[in-house]
Design a protein around this ligand. Structure first.
Ligand SMILES: Cc1cc2nc3c(=O)[nH]c(=O)nc-3n(C[C@H](O)[C@H](O)[C@H](O)COP(=O)(O)OP(=O)(O)OC[C@H]3O[C@@H](n4cnc5c(N)ncnc54)[C@H](O)[C@@H]3O)c2cc1C
Length: 426
């Protein structure tokens, strides 16, 4: 097996990861005189901000995923390869991947992050993460299967464990999944499962610090907490999960919560590669880069997005791990590589913060945009418009819009299918 990419006169730019950063960079290098190779372990780009809606059966995975090959049709000297990159051999200008080795002139590492279980194997084996579309589908299957099992269970303790949902991590993802599950409890459960006592379904959102949405304003945090409490979510602050055993979440204060559905959205750690100098890794295993996103000691390896740590005056501890940072870094780096090739001076990166948003439920969201702080319906409308605009592909935009409108009018969607492949089910 090998990459099977022809060697031409053109210099080769290899991009590892087609997420927000890698895709933006690839787009900017379209027909730029380089040979561009994008390597991703999936054959599609995923729009992570909406995967919680896939997990809660509100959207189909295909409406937030976009096949790379469709994006790159008709691009000149552009190659996509579906492969997992395992190692980076900087001294030889080479990557090692599941399909073979590949030489590069420029390497851009844009492989994002993975879920951080903080070394707890019990949690890693049992918890449901939410970092990819496939994980969201697994969560949808587990949630719906647990409702089915709860209906037929004769053991009160097992029934309660099936109906308790514990979400760990009070960032935007935790807040969003808690909100949508509480709407499922209110609007879907009574219709789909009339013989199941919905009062028995408990949603717990656990956060180790003293507030939700730690990176947002105090107003946004307080409003999100109030919205969730009004919606019946049990918000547990200053509570740290220590372990998960025998369907029990065990906290550091000794208290325990029974559940068969532990959703783990409590943190991420950067994707790592063998043979890359470990001295380059900093907090959260992020790769330290300079103001041009270049790795220390290298002339032709760069890292962008969640996987890198870059500091500037306003961000002494690095930028937040959000889509806009990855997009802006990808955009600038493409220009900088062209500049470097022409012998011009590259431009240093400065992050333009466009604001933060989180939605809690219908008509309820929080938004911090520059000096504007708003909560409720206006924030919700802003959230809807921004997310709809950002989804790739006209078809996907339309499908998502139709789903949202339908859901808003009927308080329902009809995507609650439990779909296992035969092999998985066995
Ligand atoms: C559930 C969720 C919700 C979020 N919501 C928001 C939001 O509302 N707003 C916001 O700004 N940010 C949000 N984020 C954060 C945002 O998605 C990230 O900051 C952004 O995706 C980072 O972009 P990236 O290009 O660095 O990496 P990613 O977008 O994560 O892309 C990494 C790519 O690399 C590929 N890859 C990984 N490892 C390898 C390998 N070894 N070999 C080959 N390919 C590999 C992956 O398949 C993926 O395509 C959310 C994140 C999550 C998980």
């Amino acid at each position: 097996m090998s990459f099977n990419i022809p060697k031409t006169e053109k210099k080769r730019v290899v991009i590892v990861g087609g997420g927000f950063g890698g895709l933006k960079l690839a787009n900017k290098l379209k027909n730029s005189g380089f040979q561009v190779v994008l390597v991703d372990k999936n054959n599609y780009h995923q729009f992570l901000p909406l995967i919680y809606q896939v997990a809660s059966a509100g959207l189909e995975p295909s409406s937030i995923s976009f096949p790379f090959r469709k994006i790159f049709q008709k691009w000149e000297d552009f190659y996509f390869r579906m492969a997992e990159v395992n190692a980076i051999v900087a001294e030889e200008n080479m990557i090692e991947a599941s399909i073979g080795d590949l030489y590069y002139d420029y390497l851009i590492i844009a492989a994002g992050t993975v879920t951080n279980y903080f070394g707890n194997k019990n949690i890693e084996n049992a918890a449901l993460p939410m970092k990819t579309v496939t994980e969201a589908l697994l969560m949808r299957n587990v949630l719906l299967s647990n409702f089915e099992k709860a209906l037929t269970s004769d053991c009160p303790e097992e029934k309660q464990a099936l109906l308790n949902i514990v979400i760990v991590g009070g960032g935007a993802t935790g807040v969003e999944i808690s909100g949508v599950l509480s709407e499922m409890k209110r609007f879907i459960l009574p219709k789909d499962y009339p013989d199941l006592d919905r009062k028995q379904m408990n949603i717990y959102l656990v956060e180790a610090s003293s507030k939700l949405l730690g990176v947002m304003s105090a107003n946004a945090s307080a409003s999100a907490e109030k919205f969730l409490k009004d919606m019946g979510v049990n918000v547990l602050l200053n509570k740290k999960v220590e372990n998960y055993e025998n369907d029990k979440v065990i906290f550091d204060d000794g208290s325990v919560l029974l559940t068969k559905t532990l959703i783990w959205v409590s943190g991420v750690t950067a994707t790592t590669f063998d043979k890359l100098d470990p001295a380059l890794l900093t907090r959260g295993r992020r790769i330290q880069v300079n103001e041009y996103n270049k790795l220390e000691g290298s002339d032709n390896i760069f890292a962008i997005g969640d996987i890198c740590l870059q500091t500037e005056e306003n961000y002494p501890n690095g930028h937040p791990q959000v889509a806009q940072v990855a997009i802006q870094q990808g955009e600038l780096l493409a220009d900088n590589i062209l500049k470097i090739e022409k012998g011009q001076t590259p431009v240093a990166f400065h992050y333009r913060d466009l604001g933060s948003l989180a939605t809690v439920g219908r008509n309820r969201a929080v938004a911090d945009i520059k000096k504007i702080r708003t909560q409720g319906w206006i924030a919700w409308m802003i959230w809807l418009i921004i997310h709809l605009r950002s989804i790739l592909g006209v078809r996907n935009k339309l499908v998502v819009l139709i789903n949202w409108v339908w859901n808003y009018i009927t308080y329902d969607q009809s995507l609650r299918l439990i779909l296992f492949t035969q092999k998985k089910k066995r």
